[in-house]
Structure formats: C-alpha cells, structure tokens
Design a protein around this ligand. Structure first.
Ligand code: UDX
Length: 461
C-alpha cells in the first residue's frame, strides 16, 4: 500500500491582536477539520503568548483536528523596544510593515524545503502586504474580514467616495447605504467622523482596502442569515463569502490552543456551575477598551448593591482601578478575573446577560450562545454593532457612556426581568438557532468553507 498523499497546506497569517487572532484561528480549525494542513502564524511575541496561555503544546507536526492538522510557526519579527513598553497600534503596524514581508516570504520558503509547500495563504486585512508576498511567490491569497459585513460596506463606501459622510461643516448628517439601515453619526463607525481623534487608526483601517481587491477571495466573519441585505448590496463591488460565526468549535477548545493572549481563569466555569440558571451578569470589554476609574466605581457600586451574581473581566492592566474593599464586599456573590474563557462562559447555562463593548467577536459569540446583551460600545465598529444588536437583532438594550449606577441598574433589570425581557430572550434564542445552523454541516457558512476546501484539495492534487 502506498503512503497517504500529503494534505493540502494553507498558511494563515494574523495581525497580532486578540480581535484578529481569534477569528483567524477559529477559521483555521474549521478548515483543518475538513482535511487540510494549516500552519498558523503571527509575530513571534504574540505567538509565544498564544502558546504559553494554552494547556496544549503543539509540536512541529501539529495537532490533529478532524481529518486535518493544525500547526504553529511564528514570524521572526520580535518587537524589542528599548523601553520594554508594549507598542501602540501605529508602532506595531509600522514595525510589521518593515520586517514582516521578508519574514513571511522566508516562512513560505521554509515550508517548501520541509516538503509541505503552501497551497493557499489566508491573511487578515491589517497585514495587507501578505497578499503581495504570496502573489509574488505564485500562491493565491484570500483575506478574512474580521468585522461585520455592514461595517465592511460602510468603510468601502467611504474609502471609494461612493456616499456622503458627515463633514466638519455638516457633522450631523445621517448616512444611508444600500442594504444597511440609516445610520446617525453616533452609529457610523466612529473612525469615519470628522471629530475622530484616532487619525492614524483611521488610516490603518482604510489601508486595509488598498490590497483587498488583489485577494482571490474575501471571507467575512458573519453569516448570510444575519446580514442578508448588506451582503447582497455590497456584492455589486465585492464578493464577500460569509464563513461565520467564527466561534470556538465546541469539541476543539480543550485540545487546541484557544488563541488567548492572556491566560484565562478557567476556574470561573466551576464557579458558574454553582450559580442558578440564567442568573449571572457577565461583564467584559474585550482586549482593548477600558473603563475609567470613575466608571469602575459606578459599576462596582451597582454590582455591590444589586444583589445578583456577576462575573467581571477586569484585565490585569485595569485591576488597580477597582475601588478599594470591593472584592471583599462581593466575596462569594461575584467573581473578578483577569481573562475568562469567554466562549465557554457565554455558553454556560448560568449566564443571564452580557454587558459588552460590542467588539464583533463578542457580538457573534453572544448571538451564538443566545445571551441577551447590555450594549456599551465605545468606538470604531462597536457603535454600529450596538445598533444592530439592539435595533435590528433586538437582543438587548443600550447603555450610554460614561456608565452611571442608575442607568446601569435600569439596563440590568430590563434584560433580566423587565417587561421586555421575555421578548428579548425569544429573539436571542432565534438568532442562536440561526447561528448554529449556519456553521453546522450543510449550513450556509459550512458550505462556503467546504467549497474552499474542495478547491484547495483540487489545487494540491
Ligand atoms: C477589536 C476591536 O476593539 C473591535 O471593535 C473589533 O470588532 C474587533 O477587534 P476587541 O476589542 O478585543 O476587538 O473585542 P472582540 O472583537 O470582542 O474580541 C475579543 C475576543 O477576546 C473575543 O473573542 C472574546 O471571546 C475574547 N475574550 C475577551 C476572552 O476570551 N476572554 C475575555 O476575558 C475577554
């Protein structure tokens, strides 16, 4: 009997940020499960964080995932600032742009020398140069858009001057785009407003488009049933292929690295086991957004007096902002962790609602878990995502920033027990079902992933 033919090999490269690594790695697992070898790469410092935060230590051959394998190999692009400070987004992007292309080309060559030539590359749009490197080496490259299709469409229209947006002289205008409900200035991704202070971030976001037309495919972390009109309307300009919601595949979360950049406190799942069904308020603002000290005090006050159990993610960099004595006061009823296994938390039957900053990964995770939300967006796409969660999907209520104790109390009661709570839960249940169907065998996103895998297998045969 001859030996098995080698698996087709897809190399996936992620920008070093939690909101990018998670969807890329989850897509990697879904593709691998269908009989593909995946090598997942990012910068070596972020790669080290992924591996050291995980209980699984992958070797060079990789970890079996379904009928494929998942391996990790990182770019030689160490960030080594003399002051030891974490670089800001601008610095990281500049540094990566300088050293990334050569390191990435090197990694591709290494794969051929090791007898596993790369069949396809998938990047995310914050590393737009990956498309050029792959194309120069004769390898097709797809891109994964990690935010919603509606947000893609909004940025696309802005970047290509296809619609009117607020200006300094007309800051209050609303924006109407095909397939998307009219957005007020508060609902447009905030980087597009004339008042936006993060000019370099806006530049970085719009630069995602400079190479996107060169990609052979644009995958999007969404599903057809969630944004049908937006997907349809933008298809005039860009063919988006929904492959989401990219949540952690249930059977993989223990046997493969989850992608956490901070080690999660898994004990909180045991603590959740001891709580009543749908009783716990879960609070997390993702990997970047922070509460101010005043907001922390308002949160802490309401959580102390409310009486409901809660699980609050306060990242290590924010822990010092917790009011003195708070942890003692809520002992037994509340848990504060530096990082949670969020996907598993949201799928735990004890969680009753999620106070979220509306990062797109958190949005899809809560939709898939059917958990009602208190939407507390801060900037960027989060404000648009909040509009969809509250007005279109109708799975929660909106909380205005900066958070105040009374408004927080009202929001918690509204989603947990208020007159509309049952309707909100019904909507959440409906979306949960739709999300599960999209990624189950034969669902809309699963079929899109399967077509890609079939194509890659043909190419490698
Ligand atoms: C960033 C941007 O801020 C966001 O607007 C954009 O939509 C995606 O990129 P981030 O703010 O980190 O993302 O939020 P989010 O998209 O929600 O991603 C955070 C990820 O970290 C989620 O997958 C979440 O499950 C995970 N997480 C968060 C944990 O695993 N544990 C935690 O304790 C908190």
């Amino acid at each position: 009997m001859g030996s098995e033919p080698p698996l087709p090999h897809v190399l996936m490269i992620s920008f070093p940020g939690q909101g990018h690594v998670n969807p890329l790695l989850r897509l990697a697992k879904r593709i691998a499960a269908k009989g593909v070898l995946i090598t997942f790469t990012t910068t070596s410092d972020t790669g080290h964080q992924i591996i050291s935060s995980s209980d699984v230590v992958p070797d060079n051959e990789g970890i079996p995932v379904g009928s494929g394998r998942l391996r990790f190999e990182f770019l030689d692009t160490n960030w080594d600032p003399s002051n030891g400070q974490k670089p800001d987004l601008d610095d990281s992007m500049r540094h990566l742009e300088e050293v990334g292309p050569a390191a990435f080309a090197n990694l591709i060559r290494k794969q051929s020398h090791a007898g596993r030539p790369v069949t396809y590359v998938i990047n995310n749009p914050f590393v737009p140069w990956a498309v050029d490197v792959a194309t120069d080496m004769g390898i097709p490259c797809a891109v994964l858009w990690v935010q919603s299709c509606s947000v893609f469409s909004t940025y696309y229209h802005y970047h290509h001057g296809l619609a009117e947006f607020p200006t300094e002289t007309n800051p209050d205008m609303s924006v109407s785009l095909p397939g998307i409900p009219t957005m007020t200035p508060e609902e447009i991704p905030s980087f597009l407003l004339p008042s936006n202070p993060y000019k370099s971030l806006t530049k970085a976001i719009l630069e995602q488009f400079y190479n996107i037309d060169k990609a052979s495919k644009v995958f999007v972390n969404s599903f057809t049933e969630l944004e049908p009109e937006a997907i349809d309307a933008i298809s005039k300009y860009a063919h988006l292929i929904p492959v989401g919601p990219l949540v952690e595949p249930e059977d993989e979360s223990r046997s493969t690295p989850r992608g956490d950049l901070i080690k999660a406190t898994d004990d909180c799942l045991e603590w959740l086991d001891s709580q009543a069904p749908k009783s716990v308020i879960y609070i997390s603002l993702g990997s970047i957004v922070t509460f101010t000290k005043e907001e922390m005090a308002e949160m802490a006050h309401e959580l102390t007096t409310n009486g409901r159990p809660f699980l609050w993610v306060v990242r290590p960099d924010c822990r010092k902002l917790l009011p003195e004595g708070f942890l003692e006061e809520v002992k037994g009823r509340g848990m504060v962790v530096g990082w949670s296994p969020q996907d598993s938390v949201l799928n735990h039957g004890s969680v009753g609602c999620f106070l979220t900053h509306c990062g797109w990964n958190s949005v899809l995770e809560t939709i898939t878990a059917g958990v009602p939300v208190i939407a507390y967006p801060q900037w960027g796409d989060q404000v648009t995502d909040a509009k969809f969660l509250v007005d279109i999907y109708k799975v929660g209520v909106r909380l205005k920033a900066p958070v105040e104790r009374d408004a927080l109390h009202t929001a918690i009661e509204a989603v947990m027990d208020g007159p509309d709570a049952e309707t909100i839960k019904e909507h959440a249940g409906k979306w949960k079902e739709a999300a599960k169907i999209a990624v189950a065998k034969g669902g809309s996103s699963d079929c899109n992933i399967q077509s890609f895998v079939d194509e890659v297998k043909k190419m490698a045969a």
